[in-house]
Design a protein around this ligand. Structure first.
Ligand SMILES: Cc1cc2nc3c(=O)[nH]c(=O)nc-3n(C[C@H](O)[C@H](O)[C@H](O)COP(=O)(O)OP(=O)(O)OC[C@H]3O[C@@H](n4cnc5c(N)ncnc54)[C@H](O)[C@@H]3O)c2cc1C
Length: 402
C-alpha cells in the first residue's frame, strides 16, 4: 500500500488504546480512536468506585499517543463493503483498516427479576449507579452480591470493608478459577471481613425481588441491594453489522486476529474470538491482544505475513478490600496451580497490576513498539497445542471472564 493509511480503532479501552498507540510506529499511518467517553474507563477498579476508594477513570492525555485523533462518539454500524462506519451523532468515517475493540459489559441476566431489581457493575455507568444506590441505603441494610468469580469476590470484599452487611451467593463454588488452597485463603479473608458466603449446589439465585433473593433450595434472603456480577456480555455491533461472531457475539477471527469475513478488519480484547477459542476476558489478555492486532495491520502494510497469536503466561490477581488480596498462579493453559501469594503482599501485587496498566499504555504512547508481552517465547506452539485440544473436545478456559 502506498500513501497515507487510515486506521480506525473502535473502542478506547485497554485493547483499543494499546493498538492505537502502537500503530503510530509508522509515520504514514493516521490513527483515529472512537470511544463514547472522553476518558479511559479503568475497569479493573470499578469495584473500588463502588466501595469509594477510586473513580476508575484515567485521562486519555496520560495514556494516548498525541498523534491519535480521539472522536468521542459511538459506532452504530460497520459497513465492511464500503470500508466505513456510521456514528451515533450522525455521519460516517472511512477507513483502510479497522480494529474492533469494543470490549465487554454485563451479561444479560436470565433469572426472573434480576434485570429489574439487581445492579450490575461491569461498566462505569453501572458502577456509578450502584454507588449512588448504596450511598442512599442505610449502612445496616443487607446487601447481596450474586456471583463469586473475581468481580463478585472483589465487590463483596470492598463493600464489607466499607461497613456493609454483605452476603456472597456463589452460584456453585467460591472462585471457580482458584486452586483449592487459594480458595481457602479467600474464604478466610472474606470471613474476617464479615462476608457471609453461601456456596454449594443450592447457592443459585432463582428469583430477585425488590427486597430479597430466592435460592434454588427455596431459601429466601432479605436483600436491600442486590449486585449482579454473573459473567460478561459483549456489544452486538459486529453481529448487527453482518459480521461473523461466536455464540456470545465476539468477532470471529483467525489466529492473526483478522476477521474471517474481511481482511481489513482486525479484532482485539474481550470482543475478539480467534479460531473459536477466545482468550479469557481480562485486561491480562486485552493489552497483548491490542498489540497483536496492531502488529497484524503493521505487517500487512509492510507486505509481510502477520505473526500468529501467542499464548501468554497466566495468573489471576484479586483484591479483597484495600489491605489484602491474592495472586493465584496458573499454568500456561490458564489453569490455577497450588501456588499463590495472599494477604498484604497479594494486595500490593494487585495494586502494582492496576497502576501498571496505564503505565504500559503510556509506555506504548511514548515509545510505540516497546510493549513485548504479546511475544511470549513458545507462545505460538502453546496456542497450537491448545487449539488441537479444543478441537478434540477437551474443556478450555474460553468462557471464563475475569
Ligand atoms: C470490576 C471489574 C474488575 C476487573 N478486574 C480485572 C482484573 O483484576 N484483571 C483482569 O485481567 N481483568 C479484570 N477485569 C476485566 C477487564 O476489565 C476487561 O477484560 C478489560 O477491560 C477488557 O478490555 P477491552 O479493551 O477489551 O474492553 P473494555 O475495557 O471494555 O473497553 C472497550 C471500550 O469500547 C467502547 N465501546 C463499546 N462499544 C462501542 C461502540 N459501538 N463505539 C465506540 N466505542 C465502543 C467502550 O465504551 C469501552 O470504552 C475486571 C472487570 C471488572 C468489571
Amino acid at each position: 500500500m502506498t500513501g497515507n493509511t487510515h486506521v480506525l480503532v473502535i473502542g478506547g479501552g485497554y485493547a483499543g488504546v494499546m493498538a492505537a498507540n502502537r500503530l503510530t510506529l509508522r509515520d504514514d499511518v493516521t490513527v483515529t480512536l472512537i470511544n463514547p467517553r472522553p476518558d479511559l474507563v479503568h475497569r479493573v477498579r470499578l469495584h473500588q468506585l463502588v466501595g469509594g476508594s477510586d473513580d476508575a477513570v484515567v485521562a486519555y492525555e496520560d495514556v494516548l499517543a498525541e498523534r491519535v485523533r480521539l472522536v468521542v462518539d459511538s459506532v452504530t454500524r460497520i459497513e465492511a463493503a464500503e470500508r466505513s462506519v456510521t456514528l451515533s451523532a450522525g455521519g460516517t468515517l472511512g477507513y483502510d483498516y479497522l480494529i474492533y475493540a469494543v470490549g465487554s459489559g454485563s451479561a444479560e441476566p436470565s433469572v426472573p427479576g434480576a434485570a429489574e431489581f439487581a445492579y450490575p457493575i461491569a461498566t462505569l455507568k453501572a458502577a456509578q449507579r450502584l454507588r449512588a444506590v448504596t450511598d442512599a441505603t442505610p449502612e445496616t441494610a443487607p446487601v447481596t452480591v450474586v456471583g463469586a468469580g473475581p468481580t463478585g469476590m472483589e465487590t463483596a470484599a470492598e463493600l464489607a470493608e466499607a461497613g456493609r452487611t454483605v452476603t456472597l451467593v456463589c452460584g456453585g463454588v467460591l472462585g471457580p478459577y482458584l486452586h483449592t488452597r487459594g480458595r481457602r485463603s479467600v474464604a478466610r479473608r472474606l470471613a474476617k471481613l464479615g462476608v457471609t458466603v453461601i456456596d454449594g449446589p443450592d447457592a443459585k439465585v432463582t428469583t430477585v425481588t425488590r427486597d430479597a433473593v430466592r435460592l434454588a433450595g427455596g431459601r429466601e434472603l432479605p436483600s436491600e441491594v442486590t449486585v449482579w456480577t454473573v459473567g460478561f456480555g459483549v456489544p452486538d455491533l459486529a453481529a448487527r453489522s453482518g459480521l461473523s461472531t461466536d455464540a456470545v457475539g465476539r468477532l470471529r477471527t483467525d489466529e492473526t486476529l483478522t476477521s474471517v469475513d474481511d481482511a481489513r478488519i482486525v479484532a482485539a480484547g474481550d470482543s475478539a474470538a480467534p479460531s473459536g477459542l477466545p482468550l479469557r476476558m481480562s485486561c491480562l489478555n486485552a493489552l497483548p491482544l491490542g498489540a497483536r492486532a496492531a502488529d497484524t495491520v503493521l505487517s500487512r502494510l509492510a507486505g509481510e505475513e502477520p505473526e500468529k497469536l501467542h499464548q501468554s503466561m497466566y495468573a489471576q490477581c484479586i483484591s479483597l478490600g484495600r489491605s489484602a488480596g491474592i495472586y493465584q498462579f496458573a499454568n500456561r493453559s490458564d489453569v490455577a496451580v497450588w501456588l499463590h501469594i495472599d494477604d498484604g503482599l497479594g494486595a500490593r501485587i494487585k495494586e502494582m497490576v492496576c497502576t501498571g496498566i496505564p503505565k504500559h499504555l503510556a509506555g506504548e504512547a511514548h515509545k510505540p513498539g516497546s510493549f513485548r508481552l504479546h511475544r511470549m517465547p513458545g507462545g505460538v506452539a502453546k496456542r497450537k497445542q491448545m487449539l488441537r485440544a479444543h478441537r478434540a473436545g477437551t474443556p478450555t478456559t474460553a468462557d471464563r471472564a475475569a
